[in-house]
Structure formats: structure tokens, C-alpha cells
Design a protein. Structure first.
Length: 238
């Protein structure tokens, strides 16, 4: 496999390892979601391989094994998981502000959001998280709770998180912050059924400079290359 493919396959491993562990302990719902996330990542690697690449069949077989187990869990849990969209952001492209990326995930049913992002640490990353919270406040009328799990280094931002928490409390929204030295996920879960995985987390924008176009409007800001997978989960019969 090429180096890029190898890297993507490595990225899938934590989700798939966790899926197997959850599966073995009987946590079928969470196991199913982790299987689907890992499968989506492996599919990204598969798409980079030529049809005549000798490694393609091997990777396809691996995907099929995980897919078979995921299909079994779908029947057991009566939960339907669909990968509705894969949004590929090209390097230096624009038009990928949070309002556009997360538009379909935010509605009047949304009450809580869980963010797992290891890198809400630097000042600009904190601002990214604040902008994301602002979007939720603006668009989710019933929002009551936001949770963030980030890396241990994020503890240096406790004062900033406290300020953000106070401003959210004024709008009757609670903010819970947890720090982890082993977090690897970069995903956002919305309790209305949407799950978003972003290769770079919320930090996929380039720095335009203090006074350049894009410094305020994120849709005008150039981006780093990344892939965004958006899933919708729902119980069968709904």
C-alpha cells in the first residue's frame, strides 16, 4: 500500500478496536457506530487504490468482514446507520464554514451535543470551539447541553472554558469539559441521530491573517485538506 493508504488504515484501527471491545461486552449500539466509522475510514483508503493493486482485494476482504458484523448488529439493535455524505475538503478551498458543514445536523429536535476533539488547546482552536457553540446557540432552539472531551493540554484553558460556560448558562445551556491523555476520536455526536467525523477535528481552517478576508467569515477562509464523514442513525420503524 502507498504511504497515504497505510496512514488512513492506521486511522481506522482505533475505531475498529473499540468496536470489537464494545461488541464483546454487549454494548451493541455503540459497537455498531464504531464499526461504521471504522469502515468509512477504510473505504477512504480503498478509494485510493487502483483496481489492479494487489492490496485492494485484501483491504476489501477486511472491510467485508467488519461490514458483515455491522449488518448483524443492525438486525439485533434495530438501528439503521447510513453514511449519507462524505465531504472532501481540498487544500486551499473555501466555502466550508461550520454553518454549511453542520447545517443538516442542527434542528429543533437537537438538545445535546458531544464533541470529542483532542486539540482544543491553542488560542485559535478555542475560538473555533466558541464559534461552533455560537452556531448551536443560534440554530438549536431546544439545546440544553454541550460536552467536550479534549486533550490534557486543554487544562491550560480552564479560565476560558469557565467564561464560555458562564455565557452559555445565561442561555440555559450547560457546558461540560473533560480532559483525557488517551483521546483519539475526532467526532461530534448530535442527540438527534447525526454523527460527524472530521479528520482534523474543528481545526481545518488556515490562518488568513488578522485583517484579511476570511478572518471573520469562516466561509471565506481557506482550508487544510481533510475529509468529513456524516452519518445519520435512526431506529427502524421510525
Amino acid at each position: 500500500m502507498s504511504r497515504n493508504v497505510d496512514e488512513i488504515v492506521e486511522q481506522a484501527k482505533p475505531d475498529l478496536i473499540e468496536a470489537v471491545q464494545l461488541d464483546q461486552t454487549g454494548n451493541k449500539n455503540d459497537a455498531l457506530q464504531k464499526y461504521m466509522q471504522g469502515i468509512s475510514t477504510l473505504m477512504s483508503a480503498l478509494n485510493l487504490l487502483d483496481n489492479n493493486d494487489s492490496q485492494r482485494d485484501k483491504l476489501r476482504q477486511q472491510i467485508n468482514r467488519y461490514m458483515s458484523r455491522a449488518e448483524e448488529l443492525k438486525n439485533d439493535t434495530k438501528i439503521k446507520v447510513n453514511s449519507l455524505e462524505q465531504r472532501k475538503i481540498a487544500a486551499n478551498s473555501t466555502g466550508h464554514g461550520y454553518d454549511r458543514v453542520f447545517a443538516k445536523c442542527i434542528d429543533d429536535e437537537l438538545e445535546s451535543v458531544i464533541v470529542k476533539d483532542a486539540y482544543i488547546i491553542a488560542h485559535h482552536q478555542m475560538l473555533n470551539f466558541v464559534r461552533f457553540c455560537e452556531l448551536l446557540v443560534t440554530k438549536a432552539k431546544r439545546l440544553k447541553r454541550i460536552e467536550l472531551t479534549t486533550g490534557k493540554d486543554g487544562e491550560k484553558n480552564k479560565e476560558g472554558f469557565a467564561e464560555l460556560s458562564k455565557s452559555l448558562e445565561a442561555r440555559e445551556i450547560s457546558l461540560k469539559i473533560e480532559y483525557s491523555d488517551s483521546i483519539h476520536d475526532r467526532e461530534i455526536r448530535f442527540n438527534n441521530g447525526w454523527i460527524v467525523k472530521i479528520g482534523r477535528g474543528l481545526d481545518y481552517f488556515k490562518n488568513p491573517g488578522k485583517y484579511s478576508v476570511g478572518s471573520c467569515d469562516m466561509n471565506l477562509r481557506q482550508c487544510h485538506e481533510t475529509t468529513i464523514d456524516i452519518f445519520k442513525t435512526s431506529r427502524s420503524g421510525k
